[in-house]
Design a protein around this ligand. Structure first.
Ligand SMILES: *Cc1c(COP(=O)(O)O)cnc(C)c1O
Length: 366
């Protein structure tokens, strides 16, 4: 047997260790995971009720077109239903975009470092990823623009960017999009956008109204707190959405995900609560980082990348021994930084207490 050549070098995704395993291995009674940008407040109680009600129809295939959810979301966003496509997480939408638009030898432009699924899915299709270094942790849009040529099919912009948490401004994005040729699809990944409210920042829904060649991706996994259900979406021009629909698997989102997402969209009070708590968490954590003499990238999502000025792997491992799981920058090519998800008030305080001890134990890296 011979798998296709362009997947031979791809790693199998390595998830973080589950909380239960860390507890067992290290003999800890409490473990706090601030590694995957999950919502520390769970999800809307209305979403849980909707899931329970859906149990009655478990033996029936879901509505592949997610008609009811599409209608509810279209109303919430102020777009038409034919501008929306759902995926099993926005990961699935990324996969479908790559599948629909890329063939062997095409070029695709992205930042380095950014969300790894762009490159992963582009390589599966045999496309060449052109990676443009971040500038001060931010997308360098002029440098990305300069890499676009006749072979370029897709440009990926992650805003806020994972793992750095930084954003491009409305003006920066507009200057960029005005110059991107029409044959290039720009994917604007806004997985964390509900956490940021500022007139200076682009709103992907407004952007797609102006630019036919942009698709905005969002998800129910982050502020909506439905990560385990696997549901995310793309919003764009009906022609783009149609092309992606042509490669979509018939039943790619399940009944529970659709029902929960529909209930969750209607509970914007929960979203507002999470947004406020997150803002307070960022204010607290960044205040503590300053007190500890640490620097960090401006954070616009529900996570912060902080420079601990020590080897990230050591800091990561020491934090783990104290029952705190973060994402170590050593695995992300940021050797002295860690990425920490903003938790609840109590979790944030425990993280800072543990970090303070860890910083005392490990020597500063010159
Ligand atoms: C979490 C995340 C996603 C995907 O989340 P799904 O659970 O697949 O919806 C997409 N993009 C970024 C930048 C993310 O951080």
């Amino acid at each position: 047997m011979q798998p296709k050549q362009n997947i031979m070098h791809l790693p199998v995704y390595q998830p973080g260790k589950p909380i239960e395993e860390v507890k067992r291995e290290l003999g800890l009674s409490e473990v706090i995971k601030l590694a995957s940008n999950e919502n520390p407040f769970g999800c809307s109680p209305k979403a849980k009720e909707a899931i329970a009600a859906e149990a009655e129809t478990i033996s029936l295939y879901p509505d592949g077109g997610a008609v009811e959810l599409t209608a509810a979301l279209a109303e919430h966003l102020g777009v038409r239903p034919n501008q929306i496509i759902f995926g099993a997480g926005s990961d699935d939408v990324i996969l479908m975009i790559a599948r629909a638009y890329l063939v062997q030898g095409d070029e695709t432009v992205m930042a380095t470092h950014t969300f790894p699924q762009y490159k992963h899915n582009c390589e599966i299709e045999g496309a060449v990823s052109i990676e443009v270094p971040l500038k001060n942790g931010k997308h360098d849009l002029p440098a990305m623009l300069a890499k676009i040529n006749d072979k370029t099919k897709i440009v990926w912009v992650c805003n806020p960017n994972n793992p750095t948490g930084t954003v491009v401004t409305r003006e920066e994005l507009n200057d960029f999009l005005k110059q991107v040729p029409q044959h290039v699809l720009v994917v604007l990944d806004e997985a964390y956008i509900e956490y940021t409210e500022s007139a200076d920042l682009p709103d992907g829904i407004e952007v797609i109204a102006e630019y036919k060649n942009v698709i905005t991706l969002r998800t129910f996994s982050k502020i909506y707190g439905l990560a385990s259900l696997r549901i995310g979406y793309g919003v764009g021009h009906p022609e783009v959405i149609h092309s992606i629909n042509q490669v979509r698997e018939p039943f790619n989102t399940n009944r529970f995900a659709q029902a929960a997402a529909k209930a969750a969209v209607k509970d914007q009070q929960f979203i507002a609560y999470c947004r406020e708590q997150n803002a307070a968490g960022i204010a607290y954590l960044t205040g503590e980082f300053k007190r500890l003499g640490l620097t960090y990238y401006p954070a616009y999502g529900n996570f912060i990348m902080v420079d601990v000025k020590r080897p990230a792997k050591e800091v990561f491992e020491s934090l783990m021994r104290k029952g705190l799981i973060v994402r170590g920058g050593h695995a992300l090519d940021f050797p002295t930084k860690i990425r920490v998800t903003v938790g609840s008030t109590e979790q944030n305080a425990k993280f800072i207490a543990a970090l303070t001890q860890v910083l005392d134990e490990i020597a500063v890296q010159a």
